[in-house]
Unconditional design. Structure first.
Length: 140
């Protein structure tokens, strides 16, 4: 993590941002709400049914988690993480435009990395980084 990223994690902690893993069924509805009412949503705009099917495939083997970052009891960011082999992948997520100064997404991803490491995963894949040499890429 670059120094600015570490700084933003510390900013989020100073502001009292907290990160929680959600119960899958309830968290999915909240996550979809955040994705619809967001300024930033990552990796497409799939339907609720799509996520239900995805979770039904991943859940029996505990290969999926949904995380939230909260500030003053307001959920500001969400991330759906899929675990496979040595890798934890940020599969879908979104964040709200309010309270941007508290840097909630930075702490969210930092805590996901910590959780993945504690589960024995050695890589956190942000899945969706555009190639550096392609400014017209859809993820730019």
């Amino acid at each position: 993590m670059k120094p600015k990223g570490r700084y933003n994690v510390a900013v989020a902690r100073r502001h009292g941002v907290s990160v929680h893993r959600g119960l899958i069924r309830k968290a999915l509805r909240i996550s979809m709400h955040l994705r619809r009412n967001r300024r930033t949503a990552r990796n497409g705009s799939q339907t609720f049914r799509y996520f239900q099917q995805l979770l039904s495939l991943a859940r029996p083997s505990r290969h999926v988690s949904i995380f939230f970052a909260e500030y003053q009891s307001i959920r500001l960011a969400t991330a759906l993480v899929i675990y496979f082999g040595p890798r934890a992948t940020y599969f879908f997520g979104g964040s709200r435009d309010i309270h941007r100064h508290v840097m909630a997404p930075y702490l969210l991803h930092f805590e996901i990395m910590r959780k993945a490491k504690s589960l024995g995963h050695s890589c956190y894949d942000l899945w969706g980084i555009a190639p550096a040499n392609d400014p017209e890429h859809s993820l730019e």
